[in-house]
Write a protein that binds this ligand. Structure first.
Ligand code: ZN
Length: 1024
């Protein structure tokens, strides 16, 4: 999935399940249960004090030592009568009620034996009861142990025979036959699914996922037999699970067919099988139905084993009104009439795949397509936007060809559809063979799309196509390793773009994202990219910058270190070995290690990066020809969680560096730092040394003593001695180090003085970013004079650069991007003649009633300037309503949200939340833009507070959209009062909200802002 472009205290493992019962635990008193489900002996515990049986739901291979102890105590008490295995169940039959409800009469011998057993059991129980509260284990009595109640109650009050969030692995799905009939008039759908399952371990229960489905009938039969039996099922909503209770034991190795009929409503959110409205070319309201299943919503469209490792094949049939078309992952095989006006499309049987990749759409869409290497690539859009699909088609074909060559594996399907959905929460979703996009990430309009829009579209297509291999062909086993999907797709996105579209300079965009991600990763609230996750909130939270960009950055660092050919061979190895399977991080490192042939242990190296959160700060001290190097954890937070644990952090860092005398073939040099400290001997005296060349490594470098001065001297003398990426990196590093007190702000500004000689986009963009962060903090504290002096500083440094810009679309893409950034900055801070020119362009455009073309790269700046007047804003809003270009509308919306008129800002946010006039998919972007201005930032925060419940209902708690909304609405606060307010607000919310990682990040960021202001404000006031 493409993000939108743009605590619980850790419990010991065996307590985690209990914590799921925080919402009204259902107490199970087995003594009152007349009809028990068959249970295994290792699932039974005894709590003497209350004489109540407690039942533990253990999966195989998951018992720890304590749990084995419980098993012994259960056996000690002779509780093996509860057994799920067939043999034992049969032998226990004598104790169960007969079918007519009366008790069968046992023989005298049986009665004598039973009486003896009973006496012994009562004696043992009484002894135990008189002991202090304890649990019996091999070692004897364990006092004061909290006994755990594990099995929950189903909706009908019976015991639900499974307690874990993860499904058991003793029944696995092989194949799904799915028939769906969405009704776009009633906004409901009916479905029936036949799932062929294979039994791995004898059982009576089949546990699978279902969420919000109204199940009307379930039958079960042996595969190959026509006889079916209606079966009982239980539902446990907290885990989205249903349990099918089989009348007879399900036998090992056998296949069974589970048939389920159900119905539900098309979802109002962006998740599951959801409905979308849009206006057609005659402005008539139309509906379509589409899916978004990743990560956990396939279960809300059909009952299924909704975990990525449960791969199966799918035969999908969609019943629809004749007027619509239907699409799914596979090509359509046949269409047959099934009722008056209703037809059924049957699609080919899919390859083996995970449920979250299943997709279907019922809509009125038009398409254009092209064949490449026996695959038909099609772009779909609503009819009035068909003219905007050509760029996507060219790009998709080119990238598909690139990936097939690079991976040495053909794309395995005969078709690949890329569909622009009019309302879509994420950026795009990689469903196998049926990729869904936002309109802005797929449709390119020559008249209104800018060079940045082109970059975005290319990047998102490259990302989703990479997923057809990384994610779809080879899938992470569980969401803890989401980075395997997302990190790889992000890495491949930039790599494929550099190889296929070098003119787009994708590496610069990737660099910007690395800067942003490292800011986040240097907070205490960060997490290792491979982290244990269980609950739906935790899984949603994995879709963050770290899984995507840190994952990609680590792969970039590895690729640079082991050389490209080795890296590519490792990837090919990995994909070939695990096609149609599921993997963990170690599988990737093992594949790489096969290629490095013992010369480097990739697994040992990479584990230090994926299992530890954060990244290292490498400090360099130069004495003559000797470099003294030291690594420690880099943390921006005022206080570490724990200094001793910080000290234990150690990374294996593939350092790269170059020097002022970098002329040899071996430059840049590399050195693997796998200790806390080391020394490097240079061959000769040098003027300066720069580490982390082009910032290809995921670490920050501090040059102690006069290290920074030597680099600053070089930048001022001749910046081109260092690459543009190195220059951007130095700017980023020095301002980051100011934040932790390693470098003074004065020194950072001193470095920035070189920028008058700068011509490249990457360093200028980085300089503007750092200055606008400082400006934002000062302005939001109401220090307008000081803020104006910061802007004055920018004007002094970049004034001539601003004046040089033309208001056209001429030049290389890099020049165009620079123009776009510099002019946007200049106009928003009223520098030079920017506003005068922009206002004139806007007035001309307005006078032509929007028919006059504007240069696309400065269009947003022109709109933003125009929207400052009431007339301009109203005119822009009317044009927003009638435009058919999403690229244009996006720029208009940003301009509308840049106004300082608070009534208009409130209206925009509210209207977007309602989702009719302005789509809800735009809301996080609107809030981000509103937060930028002085009047807007408090409004945005108020809006988030007032509408929090609505927001998490619409976008899902933990989702990337929610993370983004929390970050943008709080990141500019820098006072104790705001810190308390943000804390208090989230504390007043449910645990689900208050324990979000993004909330902890927001609080930490405000603390950092407070600290930054305390340290640097005085100096800034004196110096500027
Ligand atoms: Zn993705």
């Amino acid at each position: 999935m493409e993000r939108f472009p743009h605590d619980r205290i850790q419990l010991p493992r065996n307590m985690i399940e209990n914590s799921m019962f925080e919402e009204e635990p259902d107490v199970v008193d087995l003594a009152k249960e007349s009809c028990l489900h068959p249970l295994e002996p290792d699932e039974v515990e005894y709590e003497p004090r209350s004489s109540r049986l407690l039942v533990r739901g253990l999966g195989e291979h998951e018992m720890d030592e304590d749990e084995e102890d419980y098993e012994s105590s259960a056996k000690l008490l002779g509780m093996s009568f509860m057994n799920r295995s067939a043999g034992l169940r049969n032998s226990a039959a004598g104790y169960r009620q007969s079918s007519d409800g009366s008790c069968s009469v046992p023989s005298t011998r049986t009665m004598v034996v039973c009486a003896a057993v009973l006496v012994i059991a009562v004696a043992v129980i009484m002894v135990i009861y008189l002991l202090p509260k304890c649990t019996f284990t091999k070692e004897g009595c364990h006092k004061n142990r909290t006994m755990e109640l594990i099995y929950p109650l189903a909706t009908n009050g019976k015991i639900f025979p499974w307690a874990k969030i993860r499904l058991p692995s003793y029944v696995v799905p092989l194949h799904y036959d799915l028939v769906l009939q969405p009704n776009l008039t009633t906004k409901e759908f009916a479905g029936s699914v036949r799932i062929t399952v294979n039994v791995i371990q004898v059982t009576w229960n089949i546990i699978l996922h279902s969420s919000g489905l109204n199940i009307t009938k379930i039958t079960l039969s042996s595969a190959g037999r026509s006889q079916t039996k209606a079966v009982e099922f239980l539902e446990y909503r907290m885990h989205d699970q249903i349990a099918i209770v089989a009348p007879d034991a399900l036998l090992v190795g056998q296949n069974y067919i589970l048939s389920i009929d159900y119905s539900s409503n098309l979802s109002d959110t962006y998740y599951g099988f959801y409905k979308v409205s849009y206006k057609d070319e005659h402005t008539k309201k139309r509906w379509l139905a589409a899916t978004q299943f990743e990560p956990l919503a396939a279960r809300s469209a059909f009952p299924c084993f909704d975990e990525p490792a449960f791969k199966a094949t799918f035969l999908i049939k969609i019943r629809r009104d004749e007027q619509y078309t239907a699409l799914s992952n596979m090509p359509k095989n046949v269409t047959i009439p099934v009722a008056a006006g209703i037809v059924q499309d049957e699609f080919s049987v899919s390859l083996k795949m995970s449920t979250y990749l299943v997709a279907f759409i019922v809509a009125n869409l038009t398409t254009t397509r092209r064949e490449t290497n026996r695959t038909w690539v099609s772009i779909y859009a609503v009819p009035q936007k068909l003219s905007q699909v050509e760029y996507a088609l060219d790009t998709a074909v080119k990238l598909l060809e690139f990936y097939q060559k690079y991976f040495h594996i053909d794309y395995p399907l005969q078709k690949l559809d890329l569909v622009a959905i009019p309302d879509f929460q994420a950026g795009a979703m990689e469903n196998w063979g049926l990729i869904t996009f936002r309109e802005t990430t797929l449709l390119y309009d020559n008249r209104t799309s800018s060079t940045m829009d082109k970059n975005l579209i290319t990047a998102v297509i490259a990302h989703e196509l990479a997923h057809q291999w990384f994610g779809n062909l080879v899938t992470m086993e569980w969401w803890n390793d989401l980075w395997l999907n997302e990190g790889f797709a992000t890495f491949m996105e930039y790599f494929a773009m550099e190889e296929t579209f070098p003119e787009l300079h994708a590496d610069e965009e990737f660099l910007k994202l690395r800067f942003k991600t490292m800011m986040k990763d240097s907070l205490n609230a960060s997490h290792p990219i491979s982290s244990a996750v269980q609950s739906s909130k935790q899984i949603e939270e994995m879709f963050d910058m770290l899984s995507y960009v840190k994952g990609a950055s680590l792969l970039l660092m590895l690729k640079k270190y082991i050389e490209h050919d080795t890296f590519q061979a490792g990837i090919q190895n990995y994909l070939h070995n695990h096609s149609y399977g599921s993997t963990r991080s170690d599988d990737l490192w093992d594949s790489m290690n096969k290629v490095t042939n013992g010369t480097l242990d990739v697994k040992r190296l990479m584990k230090t990066w994926i299992l530890q959160k954060g990244f290292p700060l490498v400090t360099i001290r130069r004495k003559g020809k000797t470099l003294f190097i030291h690594q420690e954890r880099f943390l921006r937070s005022p206080e570490s969680e724990n200094w001793t644990s910080d000290a234990s952090y150690l990374w294996h860092i593939p350092l790269s560096y170059k020097t002022s005398n970098c002329s040899s073939l071996f430059c840049p040099y590399s050195y693997l730092l796998d200790q806390k400290s080391a020394t490097i001997e240079l061959q000769e005296e040098v003027k300066w040394v720069k580490f982390n060349v082009d910032m290809d490594g995921y670490y920050i470098v501090h040059y102690a003593e006069d290290g920074w001065e030597t680099l600053i001297d070089q930048l001022k003398r001749d910046p081109t001695a260092l690459s543009a990426k190195d220059r951007a990196h130095l700017i980023n590093s020095i301002f980051t180090l100011v934040g932790v007190g390693k470098v003074s702000l004065l020194k950072a500004f001193n470095l920035l003085d070189y920028i008058v000689k700068e011509n490249e986009a990457a360093p200028i963009t980085q300089a503007l970013f750092q200055l606008s962060v400082i400006y934002g903090l000062i302005e939001k504290r109401g220090m307008q004079d000081l803020a104006a002096r910061v802007v004055g500083r920018v004007e002094k440094l970049l004034g001539s650069k601003i004046d040089q810009q033309t208001w056209t679309d001429n030049g290389t893409l890099s020049e165009r991007e620079l123009r776009s950034t510099v002019l946007a900055f200049a106009c928003s801070y009223h520098l030079g003649k920017c506003n005068t020119t922009a206002t004139k362009l806007f007035e001309d455009w307005k006078a032509s009633n929007g028919t006059k073309s504007l240069p696309t790269d400065v269009m947003k700046t022109v709109f933003t300037t125009g929207a400052k007047s009431n007339d301009g804003w109203e005119f822009l809003l009317s044009m927003y309503t009638s435009s058919v270009s999403e690229a244009e509308k996006y720029k208009m919306l940003e301009a509308l949200a840049s106004t300082e008129d608070v009534r208009k800002l409130i209206w925009l946010m509210q209207t977007s939340l309602e989702g009719d006039f302005i789509r809800s998919q735009e809301l996080s972007h609107i809030i981000a833009t509103v937060s930028q201005s002085l009047p807007g930032h408090l409004l945005a925060w108020d809006f988030v507070k007032e509408n929090w419940e609505n927001l998490i209902q619409k976008f899902h708690v933990g989702s990337y959209t929610i993370q983004n909304i929390v970050t943008v609405s709080t990141s500019q606060f820098s006072t104790e009062a705001h810190l308390v307010e943000v804390k208090t607000f989230f504390e007043s919310k449910s645990e689900k909200s208050s324990e979000l990682r993004c909330v902890r990040e927001a609080i930490e960021t405000i603390q950092l802002n407070i600290k930054w202001m305390m340290t640097n404000l005085k100096m800034l006031q004196q110096w500027l």
